[in-house]
Design a protein around this ligand. Structure first.
Ligand code: NAP
Length: 530
């Protein structure tokens, strides 16, 4: 018997060092990233000790005998990974941490309290003598864990428990509800800290550059996901759910999240933390078919195996594979081979009368969104077919926004950097400025990918510290809040978030839901102050 890693593996690799027989792969190399979608346990080597399961922050690891029926295929997937990679080298030992410093030697600002900022803060806290100020523009922490992770993936949200350990540390101070670039300039922030780490994510949807994107009924995934998750920027939006068909462009995991939310029975969503507004709109929705359109073939699909497999368990929904070459190639990696296998199974399944449908259409590059003032269809290549619809969602990735005073790459939508150290337009390193997460590497990877990303960034900071670049006297630590006070800004602290969190949970408990989110900044601030 063995333990098995399943669908919602966050890849932060907390499980790897606790395994006494070193049987979890792949292991992140120092200063690098792994390319697999998840981690795998070698069933031949596993000794059933359960240490990995205890350590997993998102409850993704099961004892083989206790696998829920819908996760059974992961037993085979874990084993197949090792059948194909028998010679993978042993785990790379953890890198030594920087030596501890005397109290308050180094003051670091982390901008952004999402997973990237949280992992950076945790990495900094591992060394004594570092004080951390976390700035976050919203009154709430956790970034995409709160506002991105789909409401039916509540297990994934359990990772916040890991982040809370950092937030509760006395060397970390939260300044939520403060926007750098609006309430405080980048230069002011830099003047009050030895180092600044930007972890501000990538919250803007990408435009495709095809005609018709401005039509009513065409939206980015960022808007739609922000709407159902109650992000204050998007919670009040309205979407056309009156047609029978929605079309999503792009077939990454965000597209699959949206398809599920659109077609999951509302009574199932009612047990999650989806917003009331979204729930009411979805209860009235006429959508019965979601077409997921991709420009490339099935073997290049961006979704991950686990998410693709899980679609098959959606009650009352058939998964339809409309076209594409589903045959494997010799030399396919195990994840591609399994994706194609699952696609072939879906393709062979008979459709059930009365069921809703998720339709995968491959090799159909989007060419034009058609309509007068509202969306009426999407024209796709190569044959100029028109898919009739009144709702088109562009799920084609995200891009970051620039911060005044900081270099920015307009093409990739990221802050230019060398392994996390910010560089200027000429590629020169900017001492004391760092970046991590999606604003550093672009919108790729799962939550735990940000752990290795933060380690890489913080290692650059320690190099600069050891070079003597991060020293010098700073204004007193409370000066920033005094400045903010003069500007009429009310920073919220960790205990303020505690008040908001408790109120959301209390409202949720009355409706047998995990929480009922506040969706406006004013409501959140008022609750924190109540
Ligand atoms: P993604 O995985 O990068 O997928 C983007 C999709 O958009 C791809 O299908 C891509 O096609 C397509 N695309 C991009 N530009 C296009 C264009 N000009 N025309 C047509 N199609 C275009 O992005 P995502 O779905 O936004 O996800 C972002 C990250 O978050 C990913 O790493 C994802 O795994 C992660 N995430 C994970 C979960 C989960 O684990 N449950 C949930 C949500 C998100 P090409 O491949 O042809 O470029």
């Amino acid at each position: 018997m063995a333990y098995v890693i399943t669908q919602n593996c966050c890849k932060d690799a907390s499980c790897v060092p606790v395994c006494p027989v070193d049987c979890i792969r792949p292991v992140t190399p120092p200063d690098g990233f792994t390319t697999t979608e998840m981690l795998y346990i070698d069933p031949e080597a596993c000794i059933d000790c359960g240490a990995c399961q205890e350590e997993c922050p998102v409850d993704a690891i099961y004892y083989e005998d206790e696998l829920p029926a819908d996760l059974e295929p992961f037993r085979d997937l874990n084993a197949r990974y090792f059948a194909q990679q028998p010679t993978e080298p042993a785990a790379i030992p953890e890198q030594p941490r920087h030596t501890d410093l005397s109290p308050s030697t180094l003051r670091v600002a982390v901008v952004g309290a999402g997973p990237a900022g949280c992992y950076a803060a945790a990495e900094l806290l591992a060394v004594a003598g570092v004080d951390i100020d976390v700035y976050e523009r919203l009154p709430t922490p956790y970034g995409l864990v709160r506002a991105g992770v789909a409401p039916d993936h509540q297990h994934t949200k359990a990772i916040t428990k890991l982040f809370d350990q950092a937030f509760r540390n006395k060397r970390l101070t939260c300044h939520f509800n403060v926007e750098i670039g609006r309430d405080l300039s980048h230069e002011e922030l830099a003047a009050h800290h030895h180092a600044v780490i930007y972890a501000i994510g990538a919250s803007q949807g990408r435009l495709l550059g095809i005609p018709g994107e401005q039509l009513n009924g065409c939206h980015s995934a960022a808007e739609f996901v922000g709407w159902y998750n109650g992000h204050p920027d998007h919670a009040a939006r309205e979407f056309t759910l009156s047609g029978e068909r929605a079309v999503i462009i792009g077939n990454g995991n965000v597209a699959l999240d949206i398809a599920r939310v659109l077609l999951t029975p509302v009574e199932n969503l009612r047990t999650t933390d989806i917003t009331e507004n979204a729930l009411n709109a979805l209860a009235q929705s006429a959508i019965r078919e979601v077409v997921i359109v991709a420009r490339r073939d099935a073997r290049n699909a961006a979704f991950s195996v686990g998410e693709f497999l899980a679609l098959g368990s959606l009650p009352g929904v058939d998964v339809v594979i409309e076209n594409g070459n589903l045959e494997p190639h010799a030399g396919d990696d195990v994840e591609t081979a399994v994706k194609l296998e699952i696609a072939r199974e879906y393709a062979q399944q008979p459709q059930t009368p009365g069921h809703k449908r998720i339709v995968f259409r491959f090799l159909a590059p989007p060419a034009e969104i058609i309509g007068e003032s509202c969306v009426e269809g999407l024209r796709v290549g190569p044959d100029d077919d028109v898919i009739a619809t009144s709702l088109v969602l562009r799920s084609t990735g995200y891009r970051g926004s620039p911060v005044d005073g900081l270099s920015f790459d307009q093409v990739s939508g990221t802050i230019p950097n060398d392994r996390g150290r910010v560089v200027d337009a000429d590629g020169r390193p900017q001492a004391g400025l760092y970046t991590t997460g999606w604003i550093k590497r672009g919108p790729s990877g799962v939550i735990g990918t940000n752990r290795a990303c933060a380690e890489q960034t913080v290692a650059r900071m320690w190099e600069d510290f050891d070079n003597g670049d991060l020293s010098g006297p700073l204004p007193a630590r409370g000066e920033v809040d005094r400045l903010l006070g003069e500007r009429g800004v009310t920073p919220l602290e960790w205990h303020d978030w505690g008040t908001i969190d408790a109120a959301e949970r209390e409202r949720g408990a009355e409706a047998a839901r995990p929480r009922l989110k506040f969706v406006s900044i004013a409501e959140m601030v008022a609750t924190a102050r109540s």
